[in-house]
Write a protein that binds this ligand. Structure first.
Ligand code: DOR
Length: 444
């Protein structure tokens, strides 16, 4: 059994003091990994450390015994599609936030490919208001780079940033024109905004629907070559160099693009990247017998690229793990492979899939967590993602080793499109705290 313990209630009084005792405190921002306790007071972290409450918690404080489990900053997912407004039958801010809370995610940034597109300050305000009224985790809007995602006319990025947009992207579609991308990066420098690219050359992808290679040939499906991604990444890096704009590659999937980002970083360019769990946990063989739940953009790649994404996360070429949570209903997925919608849900599988990098001894635990806390917070300029006195009390308590099996029927998202159904994993969120208030608790 699990429970959602908070309703969105903007006017609710701040929560009382809560002592989290008997915890393994994990804070990637400071390198802290030690046994101890943490005190929240209202919406903030009041104190933490190995000696806190050694003589017992003070009177009048609610005590949560963490049972020795990991207490970390709540996860930040900087790439989700919440489908509101326009496609509420697939997801809403409310259902997406329930899925997030169940997955240990306390902050999300939602992509603008909604209907209408988030390309106007009224839409940024709409997301903020709906989040306040209906969501139990924090939600920030990413606004479009071009009006209507048309790839031609830039949005009013300055005004959108002022209204609260935390980044800019036409995700779902690339900014194909070099000129438009140059102008976007240049414009973004005036207010330090992050420009997030869905890196794909549509002329090379053409009518491809999966990775180009052996599996596509065997299945008789048209392929998308690695170069479709890496050509755009290489081009954009050059544009970031001449403009000084902050450039971020969304859902990086190919060995060549990872290497391009690595080289750009070595040259000191303002270039960053994120990888989605499916691109390091699966390769294109997961499509098996035309499984449309394994169809997404960019597609699952071959084993060499999957390993390159793992290497990129290990050596820091890739900064962030983000889900690209892309809910779709049955009607959009129960179609011949070439016609099915792109995307998989990810909020409720993020933590255990990311922890595979730790359990498989690829990465240290704090490094895995940094990619989902301190680093996305820094990229989006958000004051969350760390365990520190005075910081917002956004927390996830998780059992690092607990074995379980992913079961899409138990998802809280409105959609079930995941290729991970039935996968045995290790590590589960037990409790999620947003602004000092427990919003989710897993009791089973
Ligand atoms: O697989 C994907 N689905 N990739 C994207 O870039 C867009 C997303 C969606 O909106 O469904």
């Amino acid at each position: 059994m699990s429970e959602f313990l908070a309703q969105p209630a903007p006017q609710a009084p701040p929560p009382g003091r809560v002592a989290y005792v008997n915890a393994r405190l994990l804070d990637p921002a400071s390198g802290r990994d030690e046994k101890g306790a943490l005190l929240t007071d209202g919406r903030k972290i009041a104190d933490l450390g190995p000696r806190l409450f050694n003589d017992g918690a003070p009177e009048g404080v609610e005590v949560v015994d963490c049972g020795g489990h990991c207490l970390a900053p709540g996860l930040i997912d900087m790439h989700v599609h919440l489908r509101e407004p326009g496609h509420e039958h697939k997801e809403t801010l409310a259902t997406g936030s329930a899925a997030a809370a169940a997955g240990g995610v306390t902050t999300m940034a939602c992509m603008p490919n909604t209907n209408p597109v988030i390309d106007d300050i009224a839409l940024v305000h709409f997301i903020e208001r709906r989040a306040r009224e209906t969501a139990i985790v924090r939600i920030h809007a990413i606004a479009a780079i071009t009006k209507g995602l048309g790839g031609v006319e830039l949005t009013e990025m300055g005004m959108l940033a002022e209204a609260g947009a935390v980044g800019f992207s036409d995700d779902g579609l690339p900014v194909s024109s070099s000129l438009v991308m140059r102008r976007a990066l240049s414009y973004a420098t005036t207010f330090g905004a992050l420009v997030i690219q869905h890196a794909e050359d549509p002329t090379l992808s053409a009518c491809g629907c999966m990775n180009e290679g052996e599996t596509a040939t065997r299945l008789g499906l048209a392929g998308i070559p690695n170069a479709s991604e890496s050509i755009i990444v290489e081009r954009d890096i050059r544009l970031a160099e001449i403009t000084g704009g902050r450039y971020h590659v969304a859902h990086i999937s190919t060995a060549e693009a990872v290497d391009a980002v690595r080289r750009a970083k070595a040259r000191g360019l303002p270039v960053t990247a994120e990888a989605a769990p499916h691109h390091f946990a699966l390769n294109d063989s997961a499509i098996g017998d035309y499984l449309t739940f394994a169809k997404m953009a960019p597609p699952l790649r071959d084993e060499d690229s999957r390993r390159a994404v793992v290497e990129g996360l290990k050596d820091g070429a890739i900064d962030v793990i983000a889900t690209d949570h892309a809910p779709h209903d049955q009607d959009s997925k129960r179609l011949p492979f070439a016609q099915a919608a792109n995307g998989i849900v990810g909020l409720e599988t993020l933590l255990p899939l990311a922890l595979e990098l730790y359990h498989n001894r690829h990465m240290a635990l704090l490094d895995v967590l940094a990619a989902m806390t301190a680093r996305p917070a820094a990229l989006l300029g958000l004051d969350v993602g760390r365990l520190a006195k005075g910081a917002p009390a956004d927390l996830v308590l998780f059992d690092l080793d607990r074995p379980w099996r992913i079961d899409v029927d138990r998802f809280h998202s409105k959609s079930r499109n995941s290729p991970f159904d039935g996968r045995p994993v290790q590590g589960h969120a037990l409790r999620t705290v947003v602004g000092g208030r427990t919003v989710f608790r897993r009791d089973d």
